[in-house]
Write a protein that binds this ligand. Structure first.
Ligand code: DOR
Ligand code: ZN
Length: 346
């Protein structure tokens, strides 16, 4: 097969930032994607419906002329979040999920949750009104090895929370382990998982072998190869519980190429080419549409997109810019370390 047409994809986990960075990187997403769940980890975080409304306006103002794109807003869960505010945001069609960052888990997560008892009233209301909780699934306990943080989170936080509140819909975001995949598969309801482009392609060697490679460092950190294989298996299976959330997370190069570099891979530019490669290699190109365009809307209770995109396999490798120049500095585009032959037709 050298050509495939699918419904226009959506990105169910995206960092757009604000200001000059937003302006610079938004076209990389709107070129191919119709909608995206927008992460709220700005400084300060998008914590209230009023914050989300004005952030949405800034995103909409930055959409390039001629592109159509719908930002699906989320709220950053803090111990001060008000259940009524969240419910109002959902009722007015603005808020599509609430994001849980365990305090300290990743970029701008210090305002996150330390004591779950404090957020139970909000979570109970969300369960009532059917609003999903998007979860950054890593514990932050210093004693826990960074490569075990997802597995320990499932056992000590996520599973107890789901037992306490079985009606709460939970999206386990950027799943990076076979443990996460198996946990989602074992659930009978109210649990789904997003998988990033880069975690389908790299394992931890990409970060550490042959010198330290900051552009492959993200959180949750990529794990060993057997986990990557489990992620590919889940993504290409067609199982409705797994869908694309790129976690494309731009940082200006100087903030990644330094002694304490930020976490995040920027994959917005070449995600669809990368995914077509991964799915073709797995003999599952026919499942790409389910992963990128069908399963996410079904989970979030939204219609699928009516437009389509066509991917074509070229004889010559497709070239992408190495960096996106933004008013906030250059952002390095994810390098999958193999030539890309699939391109989205204009
Ligand atoms: O790699 C990551 N980058 N993981 C996250 O959870 C946050 C994100 C960011 O905001 O840069
Ligand atoms: Zn993220």
């Amino acid at each position: 097969m050298t050509k495939i047409t699918i419904r226009r994809p959506d990105d169910w986990h995206l960092h757009l930032r604000d200001g000059a960075m937003l302006q610079g990187i938004l076209p990389e997403t709107t070129r191919h994607f119709a909608r995206a769940i927008i992460m709220p980890n700005l400084v300060p975080p998008v914590a209230t419906v009023a914050d989300a409304r004005s952030y949405r306006d800034r995103i909409v103002a930055a959409i390039p002329k001629g592109d159509t794109f719908e930002p699906l807003m989320t709220l950053y869960l803090t111990e001060a979040t008000q259940a009524d505010d969240v419910a109002r945001g959902k009722a007015e069609g603005l808020i599509h999920a609430v994001k849980l960052y365990p305090a300290g888990a990743t970029t701008n997560s210090h305002g996150g949750v330390r004591n779950f008892d404090k957020v139970m009233p909000v979570l109970e209301r969300m369960a009532e009104i059917g609003l999903p909780l998007c979860v950054h699934g890593e514990v932050t306990t210093p004693e826990v090895d960074i490569f075990d943080r997802e597995a320990v989170f499932i056992e000590t936080v996520l599973d107890p929370l789901r037992k306490r509140l079985p009606e709460l819909k939970v999206t386990m975001e950027h799943v990076t382990t076979a443990d996460g995949i198996n946990y989602i598969r074992s659930a009978t309801k109210n649990l789904a998982g997003s998988i990033t482009t880069h975690h389908l392609i790299i394992n931890r060697n990409a970060i550490l072998v042959g010198g330290i490679k900051p552009h492959y460092y993200c959180l949750p950190v990529a794990k060993r190869e057997s986990h990557r294989v489990a992620l590919v298996e889940a993504a290409t299976s067609g199982d409705r519980r797994f869908f694309l959330g790129t976690d494309s997370a731009p940082h200006a190069d100087p903030l990644k190429e330094c002694a304490c570099g930020c976490a995040g891979c920027f994959t917005a530019t070449n995600t669809m080419s990368c995914l077509a490669h991964v799915f073709e290699n797995a003999g599952a190109l026919g499942k790409l549409e389910a992963f990128a365009s069908l399963n996410g809307p079904a989970w979030y209770g939204l219609p699928v997109n009516e437009e389509t995109i066509t991917l074509v396999k070229r004889d010559q490798p497709v070239s992408y810019p190495a960096k996106i120049e933004t008013g906030a500095g250059p952002v390095t585009v994810f390098d999958p370390m193999f030539p890309l032959h699939w391109a989205v037709e204009d």
